[in-house]
Design a protein around this ligand. Sequence first.
Ligand SMILES: *[C@@H]1O[C@H](CO)[C@@H](O)[C@H](O)[C@H]1NC(C)=O
Ligand SMILES: *[C@@H]1O[C@H](CO)[C@@H](O)[C@H](O)[C@H]1NC(C)=O
Ligand SMILES: *[C@@H]1O[C@H](CO)[C@@H](O)[C@H](O)[C@H]1NC(C)=O
Length: 251
Amino acid sequence: MAFPNKGSYYYCSVLCLYIIIIVANSLAFQCSAAAASSSNNNDQISTLVVNASIASRRRMPDTLFGIFFEEINHAGAGGLWAELVSNRGFEAGGTQVPSNIKPWTIVGEESSILVQTELNSCFERNKVALRMDVLCDDINCPSGGVGISNPGYWGMNIEQGKKYKVVFYVRSAGPIDMTVSFKNAQGGGILASTNIQETASEVSNWKRIGTTLEANGSSANSTIQLTTTKKGVIWLDQVSAMPLDTFNRVD
Ligand SMILES: *[C@@H]1O[C@H](CO)[C@@H](O)[C@H](O)[C@H]1NC(C)=O
Ligand SMILES: *[C@@H]1O[C@H](CO)[C@@H](O)[C@H](O)[C@H]1NC(C)=O
Ligand SMILES: *[C@@H]1O[C@H](CO)[C@@H](O)[C@H](O)[C@H]1NC(C)=O
C-alpha cells in the first residue's frame, strides 16, 4: 500500500461505492416491485442487507490508480491543453510530403501564393514544415496580404482585453515582413494584429519568434492568420497561440 495510513479511507471508499451500487440496485428492484404490485395487486417487501464487517472488506490493489479521461469534442487538445492552433506543426497530414495541412487554409489566390510542406523543420522528431512561395509583391498583393489561416478547434475563442502569446518558427532566404492577426471567422474583422519584421540574416536559419497580442474585440469563432505582402519564400513551423490567462500561465 503506497499510503498505509490512508488504508481505511480506501477501504471505506470501496465499501461506500459498493453500498451505493447495492442501494441503486435495490431501488430499481423496488420500482419494478411497485410496478408489479400495481399490476397484480400483490404487495412485496424487499430487504437490503449490507454486511459492513471488517472481515468482508476488500483490499485495494497497490496497482490501482489513475483517472479515466476520454478525448471527446476536443476535451484534451483544444480543451485542457491551452493551445489554440490545430495542427500547429503541420504534422497531421503525415510525413509523406507534400501533405495535407488541414485545418489550415490558404489566404490568397494560387497566382499570388503557393503553399506546400517540406521535411526541413528544425525539429528532428517533427520534420514537416510549411513552405510558402509568395509570388505577389507589395501593391500587386491583395490588401490583406497572402498567407495561411488556422481556425483552431472549431473556431478560436478570442476575448476582448485578453492577451495571447503567439510563437512560431520561421526561416527565409530574404527579409520578412509579416502580419500576425486574430480575425473573426465570420466577417473577417480584425480582433488583434501585430507586425513582424526580420532582416535576411536573422532568418537565414530557423528563428523562434514570440509576440503577445491583446484582443480589442471578442469572437468565439476566430482564426489566426500569418500574412505578408512581400515576395519571397518563407518556411514556417510550430505556430502556437495560447491565452496568457491559463492555469499556471504558459509564458
Ligand atoms: C459478514 O461477512 C463476514 C465475512 O464474510 C461473515 O463472517 C459474517 O458472518 C457476515 N455477517 C452477516 C450478518 O452476514
Ligand atoms: C465559424 O465561421 C466559419 C466561417 O464563416 C463557419 O463556416 C463555421 O461554421 C463557424 N463555426 C461556428 C462554430 O460557428
Ligand atoms: C482592433 O485592432 C485592429 C488592429 O490591431 C484594428 O484594425 C481594428 O480596427 C481594431 N478594432 C476596434 C474595434 O478597435
